[in-house]
Design a protein around this ligand. Structure first.
Ligand code: SF4
Length: 111
């Protein structure tokens, strides 16, 4: 009988982008993450595409940070990338005061 083994990668996200709608106490409340950086050879060329700038006066996400977020990632040159899915158990996202996704990055990127 054929067995099908599906690996589900999940990661804890530590994020310094505290002005993101999904950020709570430097944790991430997004249901899933999209990281860009198709040609990235360094972390600064990656970015968190899930970032949404928190506008003043608008309520931020009501959810709690997750420790098991699924991360879809285009940075295929990263050691942790497995068929465009992040296999790291913990990632660090940086980009204090970002206004656009391009101003954030995945600092865990490793070539
Ligand atoms: S650690 Fe690597 S694979 Fe995971 S999100 Fe960051 S850049 Fe993508």
């Amino acid at each position: 009988m054929m067995q099908c083994i599906v690996v589900h990668y999940m990661a804890n996200i530590v994020c310094s982008v505290t002005n993101c709608y999904f950020n709570k106490r430097e944790g991430c409340t997004a249901p899933a993450l999209n990281v860009e950086g198709e040609k990235a050879e360094e972390s600064r060329f990656t970015c968190c595409d899930t970032f949404i700038e928190q506008k003043p006066g608008v309520r931020s996400s009501v959810h709690e940070p997750k420790a098991d977020t699924h991360i879809q990632c285009k940075a295929v040159k990263c050691t942790y990338n497995d068929s465009e899915i992040c296999g790291a158990s913990r990632i660090v996202v940086n980009g204090k005061n970002a206004q656009h996704p391009e101003e954030t990055c995945c600092s865990t990127f490793k070539d």
